[in-house]
Design a protein around this ligand. Structure first.
Ligand code: MN
Length: 259
């Protein structure tokens, strides 16, 4: 059964807000979903900070990351990360690009993140490290061309996560909820790994433990339980609805300023 697009769009809005609330995304970073009605398209917000994304902001792109219709507002420069991952991997239905602070020491130093705790298994057995310098030399550090996006997708290969040297990471999943689960636990695992390394030698999960633990933790019942928890932690307020350079309904504080 094909999932209705509006259900995926609703989960995508929640995914934006959860990932911001859990400290995985901040003013930057983005999360997308493959379009349920057409595998050659994906859904992604216009250029907006994830905490503020509402259903009005969700746009549709083809796999070359061209918008299906002109939204009349800027898009994320790095959206090619998403289109190229969908083109490379038929099993991928959601993509997250993040610069979560605990991941950055590993991205900066070029050191591997490995599962060091049971739920960390969902980041996968191996996280490759992609360095834009290898193919593209000095750049503005953004992944903004199709060549760069395809190079990053090649580095991701069949894995669930790829580190981007001196920049951040990309996480992929088979659903919006799965990519959120993997991305939050990438951040938590990186935090624990940094702390464990400060204490002494880290003993990561074995390959078989990673396989078994990931299988248990990626069950829909487990993901549903944690999704509900993350939703319950969201601020009560809906994200402001947007109008160009402003808000349709200004929040009280802003309304007072305007008045
Ligand atoms: Mn980035």
């Amino acid at each position: 059964m094909i999932e209705p697009t509006h259900d995926v769009a609703r989960d995508l809005v929640l995914a934006n807000r959860i990932l911001a609330n859990e400290g995985v995304l901040d003013g930057f970073g983005h999360v997308s979903a493959r379009c349920p009605a057409d595998d050659e398209r994906y859904l992604l917000s216009r250029s907006r900070s994830p905490q503020l994304v509402s259903e009005d902001d969700i746009c549709e792109f083809d796999l070359d990351s061209k918008p299906m219709r002109d939204f009349g507002k800027p898009y994320y420069v790095e959206r090619v990360i998403h289109g190229c991952a969908y083109r490379a991997r038929a099993d991928v239905r959601a993509v997250c690009h993040l610069h979560a602070t605990p991941v950055l020491p590993f991205a900066s130093a070029g050191l591997a993140i490995v599962p060091v705790m049971h739920v960390g298994a969902v980041i996968g057995q191996e996280i490759p490290i992609w360095d834009a310098r290898d193919e593209f030399g000095d750049t503005d550090m953004l992944v903004s061309t199709l060549d760069q996006g395809h190079s990053l997708a090649r580095a991701l290969g069949s894995h669930w996560t790829v580190l981007m040297r001196r920049h951040g990471a990309v996480v992929v999943g088979r659903s919006v909820r799965e990519v959120v689960f993997r991305a939050v636990h990438l951040k938590l695992n990186a935090e624990v790994q940094l702390q464990a390394q400060a204490l002494g030698t880290v003993s990561p999960l074995s390959d078989r433990e990673i396989e078994l633990s990931a299988e248990v933790n990626l069950k829909p019942s487990v993901q549903g339980r944690v999704w509900e928890y993350w939703v319950s932690r969201l601020p009560d307020t809906e994200p402001p609805r947007s109008r160009e350079h402003g808000l349709k309904t200004p929040p009280p504080a802003l309304a007072r300023t305007i008045a």
